[in-house]
Design a binder for this molecule. Structure first.
Ligand code: CA
Length: 250
């Protein structure tokens, strides 16, 4: 991903004055767009509203990105160098059923829009559009109830309630501090795959927090111990220099 330098993100301050309730606070957006100037304009506007933006210009990079980060929203162009953006939607829907997707496309006649919505997009915005309209559409999709997608994830003997972010083993709820729950949620949602340290740090801290790199490791080791004590039958493997991977104990 061209857009994110880890060191930059760890140290940046989005705003010198406290303004925690701007519309994008805490939301992470994946912007898939190959028109570089247009992408830069969107990104600037989104970052002013305190969205965290990752920009990619190809579908294959978008697929990689969603494996590594927990996004709150995808803004998706259609005409991309390696295919039609709509082809990404089905992939996203399989693994991330509740992830809102807004298609941004110059192809905006009725049939195009119907195709996009039928494919599973939450909204379809025809280019060119006013930034205010884009923000209004983002607010609208974020207001939709996500409890249609309540799901429980089972790994080993662990049951993770995604909507309530609660972990139980054999019907007993694990009493975990907030940051350990966030780490667990991020790992469980991508069970069986390596989750980057950055992604876990992002889940645990606001992007304007300083992150001590050893703090994540201590959260993980406490979490691992509690899971073992509860008989969860899951393993959290360190992937040296990269991140962690959670899976059922073998
Ligand atoms: Ca394009």
């Amino acid at each position: 991903m061209r857009s994110h330098d880890a060191a930059e993100r760890k140290t940046r301050r989005p705003d010198p004055s406290p303004a925690p309730f701007r519309s994008g606070a805490w939301m992470r957006i994946l912007l898939v767009e190959d028109e570089i100037e247009f992408a830069a304009t969107l990104r600037g506007a989104l970052e002013r509203e305190l969205f965290v933006v990752d920009h990619v210009d190809r579908l294959d990079l978008a697929r990689e990105a969603v494996l590594s980060y927990a996004y709150d929203l995808v803004l998706l162009d259609r005409t991309l160098p390696d295919g039609d953006g709509l082809s990404l939607i089905a992939d996203l829907r399989a693994d991330h059923p509740g992830l809102p997707i807004i298609v941004l496309s110059a192809r905006g006649d009725v049939l195009d829009r119907v195709a996009g919505l039928d494919q599973g997009a939450d909204d379809y915005l025809k280019k060119p559009f006013a930034l205010d309209e884009m923000f209004a559409r983002i607010r609208a999709v974020k207001r939709r109830p996500t409890d249609l997608h309540i799901e429980e994830i089972h790994v080993g003997a662990l049951v993770f309630d995604v909507a309530n972010e609660e972990a139980t083993v054999a019907g007993i709820r694990l009493d975990l501090p907030r940051r350990e729950v966030r780490v667990l949620a991020t790992l469980v949602k991508r069970r069986g795959r390596t989750v980057l340290r950055e992604s876990l740090e992002q889940a645990v801290y606001g992007f304007d927090d300083e992150v001590q790199s050893n703090t994540l490791d201590s959260h993980v080791s406490r979490l691992r111990r509690k899971l073992t004590e509860a008989g969860a039958d899951v393993e959290i493997h360190p992937i040296r220099g990269v991140g962690y991977l959670l899976r059922a104990a073998s």
